[in-house]
Design a protein around this ligand. Structure first.
Ligand SMILES: O=C(O)CCC(=O)C(=O)O
Length: 288
């Protein structure tokens, strides 16, 4: 798989805006292979009535009309996804943004089925899986062409430098999304919908406010996402402990020192760690 490095201008734009969109970055032959891997999950889902560890179903799923919500931890469930997420061309880009010592945290393939792929409300990621600093990032690949009508991911440019929400309601209950009041304070002129031809890559910092609308189009919108952190950003919860390839170092080595940000990070509920087979899919719902 070929790779490309980021320019200084791209690195600087990521720093300032908290995101990057690299249109058509992944070559057509690699995207073809990723789509074939994706299709294997869609086909398998036809025999499912309930979600399985490797396939989370959405409402209205049937054998005739598969409605997948997510393939969690893709790297654990398909050799091509493993190769792509743990050793593939994205790592050079990640290195340009967070340095040579890289820990993989998790991956997922978010589907958004036609006429039903659900809204993902405005949120920041880091509260789902707090680390000792705010350098983790998520890098996604669109496996189809995505236009504005297909529920692309939207980001509020520069919001990674803004307030960190607790992602709880006024009574302190975890919601996993900004409150209506917090959302009303977002600056509409900073909203960017990240559209692009298949193979386009999105990158967003763990603090940026982002989300996506429901997919009302008649086309599927698959987005393959991977989260990485520099090894001096230490995970503060055990959510990935039982998950295959959770928190594996994929480039460089362990940090000699933990790096702590001065700004405290709101914590999610204590989801703990646990038996891989029984709670894996539940945990994946909690990965943002
Ligand atoms: O799939 C999307 O549109 C957004 C994904 C996202 O926000 C997330 O998984 O944290």
């Amino acid at each position: 798989m070929s790779s490309r490095r980021l320019t200084a201008a791209e690195v600087s734009a990521y720093d300032t805006e908290g995101y990057l969109l690299l249109e058509g970055l992944i070559s057509a032959d690699v995207v073809d292979q990723l789509v074939e891997a994706m299709q294997s999950f869609v086909e398998r889902s036809r025999s499912l009535k309930d979600s399985a560890p490797d396939i989370l179903l959405g409402p209205g799923h049937s054998a005739q009309q598969p409605m997948l919500r997510r393939v969690p931890q893709t790297v654990a469930f398909h050799p091509l996804f493993e190769e792509f997420g743990l050793r593939g061309p994205l790592l050079d880009i990640v290195e340009d943004l967070i340095g040579p010592n890289i820990r993989f945290h998790h991956s997922k393939l978010n589907f958004k089925s036609p006429h039903g792929g659900e809204e993902i409300k405005w949120h920041q990621d880091i509260q789902f899986w707090p680390h000792s600093n705010y350098s983790p990032l998520t890098i996604g690949v669109y496996l189809t062409d995505v236009d504005e009508g297909m529920a692309p991911m939207g980001v509020f440019a520069g919001s990674h430098r803004g307030p960190i929400s607790t992602l709880r309601d006024v009574d302190g209950n975890w919601t996993g999304s900004l409150s209506d009041r917090e959302a009303s304070m977002l600056e509409p002129s900073r909203l960017r919908w990240l559209c692009g031809p298949r193979g386009s890559v999105t990158i967003h910092n763990c603090r940026i406010v982002h989300g996506s609308r429901a997919n009302l189009s008649d086309r599927i919108r698959p987005l393959l996402l991977h989260t990485y952190a520099p090894t001096d950003a230490i995970p503060l919860t055990r959510i990935m402990d039982p998950v295959r390839f959770g928190n594996v170092i994929v480039r460089g080595g362990p940090a000699s020192h933990a790096r702590f940000d001065a700004e405290p990070c709101p914590m999610p509920p204590d989801w703990g760690a646990g038996d891989y087979s029984s709670i894996f899919s539940t945990q994946q719902e909690k990965l943002g």
